[in-house]
Design a protein around this ligand. Sequence first.
Ligand code: NAD
Length: 513
Amino acid sequence: PAPPSHPPHTATVAGVPVDTRHWIGGERIASAASPASATAATFTDHSPLDGAPLAEIARGGAAEARAAVAAARAAFPAWAATPPAERARLLHAVADGVEARIEDLAAVETADNGALLRSHRRGVMPRVAHNLRYFADRLLALAHDDFETRGHTNHVTWDPAGPAVLITPWNAPLMLASWKIAPALAAGSTVVLKPAEWTPLTASLFADIAHEAGLPAGVLNVVQGYGAEVGEPLVADPDVRRISFTGSVPTARRIAATAGAHLVPCSFELGGKSPLLVFADADLELAADLAVEQFDNAGQVCLAATRILVEESAREAFLGHFLDRVAKLTQGDPRDEATDIGPNIHPRHVERVDGFVRRALDAGATAITGGGRNTGLAGLAGLGGLGGLGGLGGNYYLPTLLTDVAQDSEIVQEEVFGPVLTLQTFPDGDEDEAVRLANDTRFGLAATLATGDRERADRVTARLVAGTVWVNCFFVRDLSAPFGGSRASGIGREGGDWSFDFYCDLKNTVTAP
Ligand code: NAD
């Protein structure tokens, strides 16, 4: 037979070779299909752009989970004892490696998760490097409190906690992984990362980059596979000291129950159903800009303000500005610079998004715009390069705005995670009702306000249940700020020193005079 055109265990995606195996203890490892079998267990990773298969990825199970945690445990003492300045230097070296490969990372991420190539290039991948640099520098600036009690000194230190399992979703794969990896490694903990099965590729490239930058073997491990097969044994492993999870509420419940058995601290960044409050005194052009921003990443953003709550007398004017903007949006291939909205992640996910919309329409909602798949794109040829189904496939969902929706309805209460917004009104001058509607879901991740009145902004903000409130802006994030959600949107806060709180065991040493 003809030799394979690429090395075994390598897939070429968007022209970039990607190793499809796990990265455990500084080695590439495939999953055996069974102890007796010579073939590897894999699963197929598809592109959301056009449904084309991209790679056969190692399919991890209990054996790989155990091996990865054991590797992280073995590497922990030396990494924890590595002087902070050296850990920081290595993180900056990894950031250099990321910056050198931004084009590759951006192209592979777009092929794998369908988000816009231009935002991966200019926003997301530079942000990955920034995450690494920020936490490297923050480590060196950590406060080591000293204070006195009746002549005794108290000395507070940040001890690395031990191996951390990091489990991430598909909507911003490497960005979200690096937001956990950077503080965990800076803190002196070692890491096992399990990327989402729908987007395994950039984590593998990142493992190469970290290795080439000189990160010691076992400090960062990457295992691939399904949550039920490799995620669960990772979470259940008694050698794990921290679990940081970003994903859905049902998965968080399962992880919390398992982690509870070992009393392992968990950080949970979960879903949302955040409001966008538009008061009649707002700049309504700005409010419309903020509303349209909620379609970014095809609506697959945990922080998205998907419930527009507008003061009755401003409804028509706001809606006019909003629809003008929606009419100018271009949906299509995310590799095209002109595209504003790409595909959703997976046919199963699109089906789920569409199910929410169908049920809302059946219950009496009106689609002011959108309301279904963008069928016009199915027959269009892609820009080439991925092969695929000969068209852009069925993952493209029209930017949708639904009105005539009841507060207690599914479409208002549940996270859709697609380009689907609802519009409700509150009576003129009734701030209480605006706040009541805003807070009336089980979530509490974020809220966005458009108002021209600073005092109103302060009054309303004080009453909102949300981890982040944006006033006349959206998605502006500083890594020094606490980030997380209230109620079902999460447990704990990361960012700044809060990340170090999580990945460290704080110790106070009291010394007699
Ligand atoms: P998901 O919970 O289905 O999966 C997330 C990860 O958990 C994947 O890697 C998956 O393989 C793994 N997993 C699944 N079952 C598991 C188990 N039993 N044990 C261990 N791991 C398991 O979520 P998703 O659909 O991939 O992600 C979308 C969700 O993530 C949305 O709800 C979104 O709001 C949320 N999200 C939150 C934030 C935030 O910062 N708050 C950011 C992005 C996404």
